[in-house]
Ligand binder design. Structure first.
Ligand SMILES: Nc1ncnc2c1ncn2[C@@H]1O[C@H](COP(=O)(O)OP(=O)(O)OP(=O)(O)O)[C@@H](O)[C@H]1O
Length: 562
């Protein structure tokens, strides 16, 4: 995965500003339109007939078209840039997730990550599309209108300016609780998704152990809590709009009352010494609602702002998690391309290796092991002695605290890990089978792996007799449709198609298999490992007896401790 450079990120924000500014400028066109309208009405009132209307009507029409064009152009541009910006944010979050060790226990749960990146992130678009242009308008339009109105009547301008600040003050007050409410709503949505995904994956266990009702009840409670939080967000959204409507209606009414009484001669002050004409009074009246309109717009999109900022926060959180592992950052990819071109089975050397899972007791404290090129080694040891951890360290899927791991004489570092991993075939203890066909599961979309390679790998591991392995047959999620032994053989076929894999790291390939199937799997593994370096973690004495060298981790670790 490539990390997008910051320049498109900045570019999209820049274009966003241009689009918002054009929309803001379009709103200002109401000033000349209102002036023309007031002029036309004054002309009619003073008996100039239809002749007084044609020119202003034409002007209003032209300005109206210009305004619509500016708004449409600005809106299109802002929308396109918002979507581009969202893609960049998603790519950053996904890259950050990919940079964390896949074996990190504290990794963000898949459900939460999917909810934030796929669903919650969408709230960024309305935020950028509606809130940002509204923010521009609110900064420019009321000030421009107040200045123009002040030129005609300082009293009318004063009324507008007194009513206006009450609105941002109140909005800031509402905004704090709106953001907190949106954040709580998104958290609830994320944790409900995470819970749902996890339980759906374990449905067979829940069903078999009669725990479906309890899970459904917990899900129901979670849905109720989400409903309450959504209602809280909506309540705040409605409250903020209602308050704004009230203030702006009061402001417009006061301006209208003043202008009306001024034209009648009752309130003769506030106009720099001259009486307002009918046209001027009407002009002020037409501008008063437009003064409050951007403020009302911003209230309408206040909820978008709260939801958008909460989504940005949630996306930011994705970037903060993760136990870094060698070469996990996209920037490290192929930093040392020469490593990838090395050929032949590599040696593996571990020197002074220290490792502990975060927050746990050390598993290795100065571990040493040398494996010759092409050697086959069985790792034995009690359950929990760290066999899987050692394989993951060699594969560079976990970071060593100290010490060195060398593969074919190349130390595993951030710069070399990606290239070294290309020479490794890794099969974990619980291979994940994706929903889809066996072919797709074996090929995993890797380049250079076509149908012929998959077919010969399937034959090598003895899966060709399995009906589900036939072309066009789909497996369910998590490998539903395959037996445990078949799933292990499928995982082995993934290594078999990996032509460059010259170091095979295999974790308990024969666990839970009957003697006959275990013998088949062992045959396939040894055939696959011919001419390659092989390290197998196992509890199976039969398999261990077929491997050239046995390393007992318990003994090794005890000797080092002594
Ligand atoms: N991702 C993880 N995060 C934290 N601790 C872990 C993690 N995986 C395993 N552990 C712990 O690390 C220790 C070593 O686990 P590991 O799986 O390497 O042992 P193992 O020798 O392969 O065991 P087994 O033979 O049962 O497969 C165990 O105590 C285990 O609880």
């Amino acid at each position: 995965m490539t990390t997008p450079s910051p320049s498109p990120h900045l570019q999209s924000l820049q274009s966003q500003k241009v689009g918002s500014a054009v929309q803001g400028a379009a709103a200002l066109l109401w000033l000349p339109q209102a002036a023309l309208l007031a002029w036309a009405v004054q002309g009619l009132a003073y008996g100039r007939g239809l002749a007084a209307v044609w020119w202003p009507a034409g002007g209003i029409l032209v300005l109206g078209l210009l305004r619509a064009a500016c708004e449409a152009w600005g809106a299109r541009r802002v929308f396109a840039q918002a979507r581009a910006h969202l893609s960049i944010l998603r790519a950053h979050a996904a890259a950050a997730l990919a940079a964390g060790s896949p074996l990190d226990r504290a990794r963000v749960s898949s459900g939460l990550a999917a909810s934030v990146i796929a669903e919650q992130a969408e709230a960024v678009v309305p935020y950028l599309v509606h809130y940002q242009p509204a923010r521009w308008r609110v900064m420019v339009v009321p000030l421009a209108i107040a200045t123009v109105v002040a030129g005609l009547s300082w009293v009318a301008a004063l009324v507008l300016l007194v009513a206006a600040p009450l609105i941002p003050v109140f909005m800031a007050f509402v905004g704090m609780s709106a953001q907190a409410a949106s954040k709580a709503q998104m958290l609830e949505m994320g944790s409900m998704n995470a819970f749902l995904l996890d339980r759906l994956r374990g449905l067979a266990t829940l069903r078999a152990l009669d725990a479906v009702d309890a899970t459904a009840q917990r899900l129901g409670e979670s849905a109720q809590s989400l409903r309450r939080r959504t209602m809280a967000v909506l309540r705040i959204a409605f409250l903020s709009s209602a308050v704004l409507e009230l203030f702006s209606a009061l402001g417009v009414a006061m301006v209208a009352a003043y202008v009306g009484f001024h034209l009648l001669g009752t309130l003769a002050f506030g106009t720099w010494g001259h009486r307002l004409s009918l046209g001027e009074g009407l002009f002020i009246l037409l501008l008063a609602p437009a003064f409050f309109e951007p403020l009302r717009d911003i209230a309408a999109v206040w909820h978008d702002r709260a939801a958008g900022e909460a989504a940005l926060n949630a996306l930011g959180q994705m970037e903060r998690h993760g136990l870094a592992f060698p070469g996990g950052h996209a920037a490290a990819v192929n930093a040392e391309p020469g490593v990838a071109h090395a050929h032949g089975a590599p040696s593996v050397t571990m020197r002074g290796l220290h490792f502990a899972h975060p927050g746990e007791a050390p598993l290795f404290g100065g571990f040493e092991l040398r494996i010759a090129a092409g050697e086959h080694v069985a790792l034995l040891g009690a359950s929990g002695s760290g066999k899987s951890a050692l394989l993951s360290l060699i594969a560079g899927l976990l970071p060593a605290a100290r010490g060195e791991i060398e593969i074919g004489g190349v130390p595993m570092t951030d710069r070399t890990a990606t290239a070294l991993r290309q020479r490794i075939g890794w099969m974990g203890q619980k291979p994940h089978v994706f929903a889809g066909s066996v072919e797709a599961n074996v090929a995993l979309g890797r380049s250079g792996v076509g149908a012929p390679q998959v077919a010969s790998a399937v034959r090598l591991v003895g899966l060709e007799a399995v009906a589900q392995a036939h072309p066009g047959t789909a497996l369910g999620e998590g490998g539903v449709g395959l037996s445990g032994g078949e799933a292990v053989r499928l995982a082995m076929a993934r290594i078999a198609v990996h032509a460059d894999a010259v170091l095979l790291l295999v974790d308990e390939p024969t666990a839970h298999l009957d003697t006959e199937t275990a013998a088949h799997v062992a045959d396939a593994l040894l055939a696959l490992a011919f001419g390659k370096t092989l390290i197998v973690a196992t509890h199976d004495p039969v398999l261990a007896s077929r491997i050239g060298r046995v390393v007992n981790l318990d003994v090794e670790l005890l000797e080092r401790a002594a």
